[in-house]
Design a binder for this molecule. Sequence first.
Ligand code: SIN
Ligand code: FE2
Length: 216
Amino acid sequence: MDLFDDLPPDAAQTPIAPGAMLLHGFARDGDAALLQAVESVLQQAPLRHMQTPGGYTMSVAMSNCGPLGWVSSASGYRYAALDPLTGQPWPAMPACFLDLAQRAAAQAGYPHFEPDACLINQYVPGAKLSLHQDKDELDLRAPIVSLSLGLPAVFLFGSPSRKDRPQRWRLVHGDVVVWGGPSRLAFHGVSALAEGAHALLGRRRVNLTFRCVRKK
Ligand code: SIN
Ligand code: FE2
């Protein structure tokens, strides 16, 4: 089976907005190593359902690796060097994560990407992420790099204005989306995950987002 058998030969990447690119199947080759690294991070920093400042429990289960981790609680959103669940630093960012994130950023036109945070999101059928902007990072010059593994999802991607209706993109195992520049503060989200079973991940989708939080 060809790597891009469901896409025309010139569609290995699709611009989805100014400064935003969908790299189809970019991580498919290295998926086994990436998944092993995900499991090892999650053994040290387990997935958990965080509280939102509005008092809701998120349907997406989250963890982090790298120097800083994104956390949400009743008191707000922040980046923290220690995992509030274990009191320990977040696990180091695996070398294969960093390599993938840097290659994807460069491919999308953002060389020299040095992420210091990686948020791990796990979706089971029904879980969703409502429209939001990633704006807790201090360095807005750097893009966000987002890797999808496991079950397919519908990714909503709009513009920096909440008034613009987001477009819907199907993300499958191994796809990477990179957004920066004029799209860095674009509203985005994930529709409720449909039922399914993925050959490697079973009944779940795992998404990794790489961010530059501190200014270099
Ligand atoms: C996020 O916005 O942090 C996650 C996006 C995704 O799961 O694709
Ligand atoms: Fe986000």
